[in-house]
Design a protein around this ligand. Sequence first.
Ligand SMILES: Cc1cc2nc3c(=O)[nH]c(=O)nc-3n(C[C@H](O)[C@H](O)[C@H](O)COP(=O)(O)OP(=O)(O)OC[C@H]3O[C@@H](n4cnc5c(N)ncnc54)[C@H](O)[C@@H]3O)c2cc1C
Length: 397
Amino acid sequence: MDFSLSDDQRLLKDTIRQFMEAEVRPHLRQYEKEGHFPAEEVRKLGELGCCGMTVPEEWGGTGSDTLSYVVMLEEVARVCASTAVTLSVNNSVVGAPLARHGSAEQKQDMLTRLARGEWLGAFCLTEPQAGSDSAAIATHAVRTGDSYRLTGTKSWVTNGGMASVYLVFAKTDPSAGAHGTTAFLVTPDLPGFRVARFEDKMGLNISKTAEIRLEECAVPAANRLGEEGQGLKIALEALDGGRVGIAAQGVGIAQGAFDASVRYAKQRRAFGKTLGEFQAIQWMLADMQTEIEAARMLTYAAACAQDDGKRRGLSPLEARVGPVASRAKLYASEMVNRVVYKAVQIHGSMGYSRETEVERMYRDARVISIYEGTSEIQRTVIARDLLGAAPHGEENL
Ligand SMILES: Cc1cc2nc3c(=O)[nH]c(=O)nc-3n(C[C@H](O)[C@H](O)[C@H](O)COP(=O)(O)OP(=O)(O)OC[C@H]3O[C@@H](n4cnc5c(N)ncnc54)[C@H](O)[C@@H]3O)c2cc1C
C-alpha cells in the first residue's frame, strides 16, 4: 500500500499544524486550568472544514477521503487531544452515521450545520451499567402517536452540554435483544432532556464530558435515525469508523510528546552533556519514533481500507473494516501510553509538572485505550475475525 500523502493532504497537514500552533497552543495551559471548552477554536476549525470531513459536499462537508481525515486529527491531537476528540465525535460517530442513514430533512436540518461547525454533535451509547456491553443499555423509547418518549441515563457523553444534537440509542423492543435498539436525533430543547452533571476527569480536561438524563423526553418520530431495530448496527458501524479516528488521536498525542522530548533532550544538560548524548535517552527516543511510525502505518492502512470499501459502495460492516480499525486502535492506544511514559521520564521532574505539555499528554493519553472500545474489546474483535466469527458477535446484525 502507498501511504505517501498527496499535495492536497500535505497542504491540509501544514494548514492544521500552523493553526494549532498559532491559535490553540498558546492558550492551552490557561484553558486547562479553567476547564474552558475551546468553542471559538472549534468554530474556526469548522471554517477550515474539519467538522465535516466525513460528510459529502452536498450536505455542507468536504467529502474528504479517510486518510485526509486521520491526517487532520493527528495534527490536532499533536497539540490538543481534547480538541481532537471533539472533532472525532462530530465527524466519525455523529456526522458519518447521519450522512449514511439520515433522511433528506434530517440532513438538511442537522447535518449541514454539523458539517459546517455551526452545531456540535454528541454520541450517546454508554450508560452507567452498560459500557463495553452496549446491547445491555436500559434507556427505552415508547412510541405514542407521532413521537417517542425516551427515558434513561446516558453517561460519559463527549461534547455533552456543548452539543446541539445528540445521537441517542434506546431500546424500542427490549425482547428483541441486539435487534431491539433504535437510534434517535435528540435536540436539547426537547422537554425531558437534561444535562445532569459534568465528569471530573483525569485528562482531556478541555473537552466536556457529561451525563445526560432523559425523562419521558418527547422526540418526534421524524427524528428517528434509520428504521426501528437498526440502532445497534448504526452504533457499531459508526464505532468501526470512529476507531480509526481514535488511533489517529493516539498517534498525534505520541508525536507531540516525542517532539517535546527531542527538544528537551537537546537542550537539558547533565554531567556536562546534553541528555541526548546519553545512550539511555537516545534509545528511548529511537523506540518512541519507531513505535509511532508503526502505529501511523496501521492507522493509514485502516483509513485506506475504509476508503476502499466506500469506493466499492460497501458500508463499514460489509467491507469488514472493523478488525483493521481495531488493530490500528489497539496498537496506537497501547503505543501512545508507552511513548508518553518515556516522554515524562526524559523530562525528569519537569515531566511531573503542570508547566509542561508532556504532563498533560500523559494524562490525556490514558483514555485512548478505554473509549470507543477498550483494548480488551479490540482484541476480541480481532480474534473473532481471525477465527472466522462475526466481528461484533452479532451474526445477523
Ligand atoms: C473521556 C471519555 C469520553 C467518552 N465519550 C463517550 C461518548 O461520547 N459516548 C459514549 O457512548 N461513550 C463514551 N465514553 C464511554 C466509553 O466508550 C466506555 O467507557 C467504554 O466503552 C468502556 O466501558 P466501561 O467504562 O463501562 O467499562 P466496562 O465495560 O465496565 O469494562 C471494564 C473493564 O472490563 C473489561 N471488559 C469488559 N468486558 C469484557 C470482555 N467481554 N472481555 C474482556 N474484558 C472485558 C474492559 O476492557 C475494561 O478493562 C467515554 C469514556 C471516557 C472515559
